[in-house]
Design a protein around this ligand. Structure first.
Ligand code: LLP
Length: 425
């Protein structure tokens, strides 16, 4: 077993990067803010830990990293070099993944709105599997694939909507009937009819992804039960092999705390659930491969967003700590009311009551532009630098140019060295 993980630690009022003992403040002195820093050592440790969890259960799991979480080229190339495969939702992500070193055949292509250009591109590049989200999409893929059938057959999965409700923010549930994702069971059966007249497409199995930021796996347990039932029935009805099962991503992290041990335990529970539902089919040889699509769990902890305090503005009602990075770089607090821990690089004690609960807000002309509310940052002052934690997933990838503030720099900390590697825009 690898030793306990921690992406960052706080010691004597300072922030240290991983267990390197390196101080975030001295490591990044003089860097123009705002910027993201990713502790890639930690990404590597997480990937290794996740692999171990499945290996311990003897499960043949292909870990397809969901590149939408963080598509920095160095993070992608690191994960590719460690043996990760990729999960993408656009041609843009497909191209980035391949440029970074993922083999086309290791790419899993999901997403509800695949255009003709994207389907043609994916088939031409030779992606490993396309997960189909609607009957209209299947008809479109069948038509395009027929024209390219000399290079086929092409592997597809059908994304099942199992109608389960995980405990997470309503904007990031995806496996409920009211969500736009996947096919309900009757539609899966209609899909089989389409597939029977499209021999250049080969159905490898079902896929599901019920939502993101899951810390309780009860709903996944239910979804796997449904998924396995539907896949068995399909196998019996068609006589097809259906040797893969894709269980999606979604494992969450504990944004409220530095201690990572609880979320590490969730990965072990995940492995046990896969064993419980799919173990017998693997033993009998019906299934040969389980696919997973984790994003956040692998990369969220690795990233900090560093911003600089421009003004500390006290009104009779409130104190605002106004920084040079906000919802344009990390939209999660505004969109999901997500709570990211925020710490000054150097914390000074304060006995000023107006600083007890400050709102940390960004530069954008919207009142939704906050990074954290009612926080205690001690005696915070102009020019102080703040670290916003757990910004390694869905930070830079969801950033925008709103208010034309430009793109932030990105730094990678790996094997004791720091390198600037910006995502190409
Ligand atoms: N597979 C599919 C089909 C997905 O839609 C997603 C995420 C994943 C895998 C990876 O999920 P993860 O392991 O990262 O939870 N912007 C939101 C999260 C949206 C997730 C969208 N789909 C956030 O910042 O919380």
């Amino acid at each position: 077993m690898t030793k306990p993980l921690s992406a960052y630690q706080q010691k004597n009022g300072a922030i240290l990067v991983g267990d390197s003992g390196k101080n975030l403040e001295s490591l990044t002195k003089g860097f123009a803010t705002p910027f993201f820093l990713y502790n890639a050592d930690h990404v590597r440790a997480r990937f290794t830990r996740m692999k171990e969890a499945y290996l311990k259960q003897g499960l043949p799991v292909s870990i397809h990293y969901a590149t939408k979480a963080n598509c920095n080229p160095r993070i992608l190339s690191l994960l590719a070099s460690l043996g990760a495969k990729a999960d993408v939702v656009s041609l843009g992500e497909t191209e980035l993944a391949i440029q970074a070193g993922f083999l086309a055949e290791s790419v899993l292509f999901s997403g509800v709105a695949k255009t003709v250009k994207e389907i043609e591109g994916a088939l031409r590049l030779g992606v490993g599997q396309i997960n189909v989200e609607s009957l209209g999409e299947l008809e479109r893929i069948a038509k395009i694939a027929e024209k390219m059938k000399h290079t086929g057959p092409f592997d597809i999965g059908l994304r099942l909507n199992p109608n389960v409700c995980p405990e997470t923010h309503p904007y990031i549930t995806t496996g409920l009937q009211e969500n736009k994702f996947g096919l309900e069971e009757p539609a899966v059966r209609e899909a089989v009819t389409i597939l029977k007249s499209a021999p250049w497409l080969r159905l490898r199995g079902l896929s599901l992804h019920i939502g993101s930021q899951l810390l309780d796996l009860t709903a996944l347990d239910e979804a796997l039960e449904v998924g396995k039932f539907v896949q068995d029935r399909l196998r019996a009805d068609t006589g097809w092999n259906l040797d893969r099962f894709d269980v999606g991503g979604g494992i969450g992290i504990q944004y409220a705390q530095f201690d990572e041990s609880d979320e590490i335990a969730v990965v072990d529970q995940h492995a046990s659930l896969l064993k419980k539902h799919l173990g017998a089919d693997l033993d009998s040889g019906k299934l040969t491969e389980i696919l997973t699509e984790p994003g956040r769990w692998l990369v969220a902890r690795s990233g900090v967003l560093v911003t600089e305090v421009q003004y500390v503005k006290t009104t009779p009602h409130k104190t605002f700590v106004i920084t040079d990075g906000g919802m344009n770089l990390l939209i999660r607090p505004a969109l999901y009311e997500a709570q990211h821990r925020i710490e000054p690089f150097i914390r000074r004690p304060s006995n000023n009551p107006s600083l007890e609960k400050v709102d940390v807000v960004g530069p954008i002309c919207e009142s939704a532009d906050f990074l954290g509310r009612e926080r205690n940052l001690g005696d915070v002052r102009q020019d102080d630098r703040l670290a916003v934690f757990d910004a390694g997933a869905y930070g830079r990838t969801m950033a925008s140019l709103y208010n034309q503030r430009g793109w932030p720099d990105e730094y990678i900390y790996l094997d004791g060295t720091l390198e600037k590697v910006n995502v190409s825009n």
